[in-house]
Structure formats: C-alpha cells, structure tokens
Write a protein that binds this ligand. Structure first.
Ligand SMILES: [Zn+2]
Length: 353
C-alpha cells in the first residue's frame, strides 16, 4: 500500500477547519454567478481563482476571506457551502468534521439582512443533505471574531454575547462548540471570560484559538480564564515548560494546523514545526487544515506530512487520527459509533509501508 492509499483508507476526523475558509474556488464562482457579482472577482474561471487564492500575505488572506463572506447572502448559500463541505469530506474519507462558522460577521458586521435563523436553516439543510448522501457527520463551532470586540480602543461585549446567543439557538441544529478566532495580538482571551463562563454549563465545548499569533500567555488565558476544553493551535505552548506540564497533565487537546502555521509565518518551514515534539512530550495532538484552499492544502496533505516531513510510522498516524475522534464534541452515541467504525477500518493497517 502506498502512503497516499493508506491516507485515503484511513477514516479521518477534522476538528479545526473554518467553513468559510474551506470554500473551494468552484463554489466561489457559483456564488458570484448566483448574485451577479462576477465583476467583483479577479478572475472568472477556476484556474484564475485558484491562483488568486494562493497565499501571499496576511492582508491578501483577509481580503479573500471578506470577499467570500460577502458572497454568502441567503439561506441557500449556506446550504450550498455546508453541502460542499460534505462533498469534500466524502472525497477525502473524512467521516466527521467540526467546522467553525462566524455568524456575527454575517448578521451584524456585514449588513446583509441575514438573520441567525436564515444561517441555521441553510447550514442544517446542507448538513442533512451531506449526511444522507455520503454518510458524513458535520457539527458546528460558532466562534467570536475577537478583533471586532476591540474596536475604538475598548472591549465591547456585543460580538461575544451575540455569538453565544446564536450558538445556543443552534444547539438542536448541530452546534456543539463555542470558539474565539482571529488575530490574538491586542485581543487577549481574558475579557471573554464572561461568555465562556455562561457557555460551559450549557454543554457547549469551549474551543478558543490561542497560542498561534501570540505566545504562551494567550494559552494560559484560554486555559485559566476561558476553561478551554481544547485549544485551537496552541503550538506556541512549546515556549513555556510549565504550560506544557499543565496541558499534558490535563490532556487538553491541541488542534494543530501545520501548513497554516507556515503560511502565516508562525514557523518558517514544516521542518521547524513543533508538532512532533509536542506529541513526544505526551500532549494530546490532533492534525487539521484550518482554511485548506487558502493555504493550498487539504487534511489528506496534512496527514501526508506526518509521514513525509515528521517521519511518523503508520501506527503513530493512526493514533493521531483516533485522537480527533476521541476529543470531538459530537453527541456520545454518535462518537461511540464513529470510534468503533474507526477501529474496525484500521484493523490490518499500521504495518509500515
Ligand atoms: Zn483557525
């Protein structure tokens, strides 16, 4: 069996991927056509758009992100991207995905006349269609856009409170997690403690981004003040031995996105990425793709790097793949089924290539 065959048959779960950042160029074109906005795109064909998508720097990345968000205007648009998320899962044998959505930017920040019910209805229709056609399970994390909370020099609780309200409205429509995303510098976790304290007793999994664009202090804040159940990224915990001890002792999972970290300049190249060290130290590690087409990657590519770049054995890759199923926020009965499917499928794998 070749490496790519092995990765293909390995059942995978992905717990850190942004729905808006996972839209493929084909879907961006379809949305632009749907809304007569083709002239807003730099190219009217897939190849041209794919070139535009290729990561150059952070401002360019933000520009693409905002362009995509502006094309999401109706419940049918959200249905389309949720369904396409399922198509991509089927193609890569991703059996479960916990995708992050940032509803506040659609309902409040960009004034498009969309309500949270429009968004939830669209997401639910797409998610159900994908489940029926491909047997894949999708759940949602609703995250606070942290930078919109620190405008005009002070902290505004509005984005956080609205996002919690939206997440609670979606509890019976696939929302399982509550997150905090964006650029950490100048937007520390501590001020958000008021909403995470309210989210926790509702059963929402608390999954803030921390330790990506800022260092260990941000991870400490997420752990101590936000009671994080998992850390989005968290790789910069490597800079603080006491923090590593804490994360290992409590087995707080890290959602690691190697290619994303290299694109955004957290590490210069994969060879310098701390993933294997964090794993060897006994932290609970998962592998994810963050915004795959924008970083010209896929979850399968990220798994490939474990073998090609980090020298992992097949057995270790299987162990990391299982971690993602173990720490996901899906309902317990579904998790049990996903884990037993996983164990059945990997029987016989794990003998090195
Ligand atoms: Zn992310």
């Amino acid at each position: 069996m070749t490496i790519s065959q092995f990765i293909r048959v390995l059942p995978k779960a992905e717990i850190h991927v942004h729905l808006e950042g996972a839209i493929q160029p084909e879907t961006v074109l379809a949305l632009a056509r749907r809304h007569n906005q083709l002239d807003r795109l730099p190219a009217a064909d897939v190849a041209g758009l794919r070139r535009w998508f290729t990561f150059t720097d952070f401002p360019h990345f933000v520009k693409i992100y905002l362009t995509i968000q502006d094309l999401l205007r109706t419940p049918a648009d959200f249905e389309l991207i949720a369904y396409q998320c399922g198509v991509d899962m089927a193609a890569q044998n991703i059996r479960y995905r916990e995708a992050t959505v940032t509803p506040f930017t659609h309902t409040d920040y960009q004034n498009k006349g969309l309500t949270i019910d429009d968004i939830l209805a669209g997401l639910e229709a797409g998610r159900q269609r994908a489940a029926a056609e491909f047997g894949v399970e999708i759940r949602w994390v609703f995250d606070i856009p942290r930078n919109l909370s620190f405008r005009n020099g002070g902290y505004s609780p509005v984005p956080a409170e609205r996002t919690l309200e939206y997440a609670l409205a979606g509890r019976n429509r696939g929302v399982v997690g509550f997150g905090l995303g964006g650029y950490e510098v100048g937007a520390p976790p501590e001020p958000f403690a008021h909403v995470f304290a309210r989210a926790k007793p509702t059963g929402l999994l608390c999954v803030p981004h921390a330790g990506e664009t800022a260092g260990p202090d941000s991870v400490w804040g997420a752990v101590r003040q936000l009671q994080a159940d998992r850390i989005g990224h968290g790789v910069r915990a490597i800079e603080d031995p006491a923090l590593l001890v804490e994360l290992r002792a409590r087995q707080i999972p890290l959602e690691i996105n190697p290619t994303s970290n290299v694109c955004l300049g957290v590490y210069r190249r994969l060879a310098e990425h701390p993933l294997p060290h964090l794993d060897r130290m006994g932290l609970k590690i998962t592998v994810n793709s963050d915004d795959p087409p924008l970083f010209n990657t896929s979850l399968s590519h990220e798994y490939q790097f474990l073998l090609d770049e980090f020298g992992y054995s097949q057995a270790d890759v299987i162990r990391l793949a299982r971690n993602a199923f173990e720490v996901c926020g899906v309902e317990p009965d579904v998790k049990t089924r996903l884990l037993s499917d996983f164990d059945r499928r990997v029987t016989g794998l794990g003998t090195d290539i």
